[in-house]
Design a protein around this ligand. Structure first.
Ligand SMILES: [Zn+2]
Length: 309
């Protein structure tokens, strides 16, 4: 079964201030990495525009309108110290949603084995009604709700290995018994949430905070012992990955010491569970990753694993 790769040039038009780590160069680095010959068999598609209907399953109408109205005709406006909007930001964010929904459609229908979406801005810090941490719409949350509503998925699991805690995803699914949210992240670090004691109303939030300096071996142990058993017990119909690559040792925003091989390893672990429980169904969405070389190599390893290479 093939791997679908979704992206869109409009995601390059989300401009952030000069020197901002979340920049268009990130996506160009991913694109270049996936242009290598070994990725010739990737099924490539441009991300469609996401529908309001899909977004409103997660974010209230008023919030979406406020983001649209705040989008400037020129220049850059700040939502907060980290999160900015430029002329192209709203369309870029809609392409992220469109990629999430299209990937979910194709994977749930069995037309592809799994999918990777490279879009920006990222999504996992976006709460129900609050943009933050470079994020506007929570793409993985929208994919999860779409799988449940449009495809009848009973349960969906989201695994988030971005070095930052996905406070937005946790906020959205805090009271939802049918979505499991598992996160490994550095702590203490932005945004400050993600303590092990944060477990959700139905014990479906699994937080595995890691101290600065955590290496490959400790990360893999934490993943094997704290995340995978919960995932196995949950028996999801779809696994969604918040694939941030900023836990890489080269990343300038954090201090974990993972390598590109760790992300490929984690991908294979999740694929083994997906194979045994939900016909291999995985939708992976790019989140963070701010060292361009580490991002390119980590993404390449992740996608190679998804393709079964
Ligand atoms: Zn991050």
């Amino acid at each position: 079964m093939s791997t679908l790769y979704l992206t869109h040039p409009a995601c390059l038009d989300h401009e952030t201030p000069l020197g901002h780590p979340e920049c268009a160069e990130r996506l160009r680095a991913v694109e270049r990495a996936l242009e290598q010959e070994k990725f010739a068999l990737l099924l490539r598609e441009q991300a469609p525009l996401g529908s309001r209907e899909a977004i409103h399953r997660v974010h209230p109408e008023r919030y979406v309108e406020a983001i649209e109205q705040a989008t400037p005709r020129s220049g850059i406006v700040h939502i907060d110290g980290d999160t900015a909007l430029s002329r192209g930001s709203f369309e870029a964010a809609l392409r992220g949603v469109g990629a999430a929904v299209r990937a979910t459609d194709e994977v749930m229908a069995g037309r592809v084995g799994n999918a990777f979406c490279a879009t920006r801005p990222p999504g996992h810090h976006a709460e129900r009604a609050q943009a933050m941490g470079f994020c506007l719409f929570n793409n993985v949350a929208i994919a999860a709700r779409h799988a449940r509503t449009a495809h009848g998925a009973g349960r969906v699991a989201i695994v988030d290995w971005d070095v930052h805690h996905g406070n937005g995803t946790q906020d959205i699914f805090w009271s939802d018994p049918d979505v499991l949210y598992c996160s490994t992240h550095e702590m203490p670090l932005y945004p400050g949430t993600g303590a092990m004691s944060e477990q959700g109303e139905h014990d479906t939030i699994v937080n595995v905070p890691l101290p600065a300096g955590t290496n490959s071996r400790s990360f893999r142990e934490a993943f094997d012992f704290a995340i995978l058993p919960r995932l196995e017990a949950f028996k999801a119909d779809l696994i969604i990955i918040s694939a941030g690559f900023d836990a890489h040792w080269r990343d300038p925003l954090a201090n974990l010491n993972l390598t590109e091989a760790d992300f490929a390893w984690a991908t294979l672990r999740l694929m083994a569970i997906a194979d045994s429980q939900c016909k291999g169904r995985i939708v992976s969405m790019l989140e963070g990753g701010y060292d361009l070389d580490a991002l390119a190599k980590s993404t390449a390893g992740h996608v190679e694993a998804l393709m079964g290479m």
